[in-house]
Design a protein around this ligand. Sequence first.
Ligand code: G1P
Ligand code: ZN
Length: 544
Amino acid sequence: MSIQTIATQPFLDQKPGTSGLRKLVSVFQKPHYLENFIQSIFDSIGDIQGQTLILGGDGRYYNRPAIQIILKMAAANGIGRIKVGQGGILSTPATSCVIRKYNAFGGIVLSASHNPGGINGDFGVKYNIGNGGPAPEKVTEAIFERTKVIDRYQILDASNIDLDRIGITQLGNMTVEVIDSVIDYANLMESLFDFDRIRQLLTGGQFRMCMDAMHAVTGSYAHAIFEQRLGAPAGTVINGIPLEDFGNGHPDPNLVYAHELVARLFGDNAPDFGAASDGDGDRNMILGNHFFVTPSDSLAVLAANATLVPGYRNGLAGIARSMPTSAAADRVAEKLGIDCYETPTGWKFFGNLLDADKATLCGEESFGTGSNHIREKDGLWAVLFWLNILAVKQQSIASLMQEHWQTYGRNYYSRHDYEGVENDRANRLIAGIYEAMPTLKGKRFGQYEVAYGDDFSYTDPIDGSVSQKQGIRIGFTDGSRIVFRLSGTGTQGATLRVYLERYEANPPQNPVDAQIALADLIAIADELAQIRSLTGMDKPTVIT
Ligand code: G1P
Ligand code: ZN
């Protein structure tokens, strides 16, 4: 087994986005493409000699070949030990859990999250640091700088490792340990939640749940946790076998893409509780019988009821939410007398707050919820949190939400996505809002008056780092808000995200549909940004 040094040339498009580097599989398959990026990681993260790394992915197409390449490169670069999930599988939250449990130097997750997979789909690489969380911007920037000048990479000339057999093998001077993908994570969940109580709920014959794993990585975890450890009836988990192309679906747990689950929860004889998770298992959607819980409300409910759950019995240090997420959690924080932080989009911004114990729960409107138990958002954790609350409160989701809104008021909220917009058109649209911004203050749109328009910038309270241009906010005098952002995770064209929010202190007993409550703001967003004419689309491609 000899170390080979291979000459290469930079690719100029290896800038990590909101969550790692994401490209079409065919791009990653270009000669040296994956290798360049991996070598750039190894060259940028500090002294890795003899260190332990964690490696796994969401099982999408190209996961296995990529793992073999990375193992050989790690061995050639002097890594001491790699723990790799069996079959190359580790969900994003499980990777974070394993990095922390074994005090690893960091980890590599192969995933393009909720983006479609398969030979014509997307692939991705994320690097996580020793706290288990996504690399902060200073690390991803160093990696990007390295990709621009890289001229060689190192790889061991060796045969492939058997990824399916749990156990230890040597690869040059490096030890490869194939570990069970699920056990460490499932044990962590059992330490946080009241499994006995949840088991009673799931086996009592009254309560029915459906968990849609969307043919993605959480299938393995959900079977083990819900059907084995918690005794839920077989069939509780649907689409539970992870497939390389996610069954040709779009593994994003929202009302559009999780249509099978939505049909069940909004159909006849609907179960009491439905949930779905995404490609790599860090997102979640929560549904009740004929009821959709927005992710922003979900964060608020978890915060308001946290002390019912063993792992959070002593209360919360604080809450953090991404800027476009609604202020529902802020209302709960206010009542609890704790801080609520507003961060830019992307989980990496929560890491410092969690490490410094300033926040215990975090959430994003994009179906991401999590806590200080790891440093990633965590889909199944959110599902278990909800089940634990429901098991204690013995209430339907609809009545629990109604009670919550009566206590805290309701933040009507929706996100409208326009996907696949030509880059030029999207840039023109954003430029148009910038141009209008100086004249917006005081301008009236029907009953709404603009209070401010700005570009969100964030100074990290722990390390003082500044992140600019994190989304345009237009706020109104009644507290309503419209936010415009371009996605940083797409791989084709641009995706415009429009976030709409309005607060009502005393909402009616019969819940009003958010699209109706937000109709005026939706029209104002179009007027302000000329969305329909500039995108050429007459409605959003996805509404959540
Ligand atoms: C999207 C979400 C963001 C999330 C990220 C990774 O990023 O909006 O909240 O952290 O995916 O899951 P975007 O495409 O908007 O940049
Ligand atoms: Zn994800």
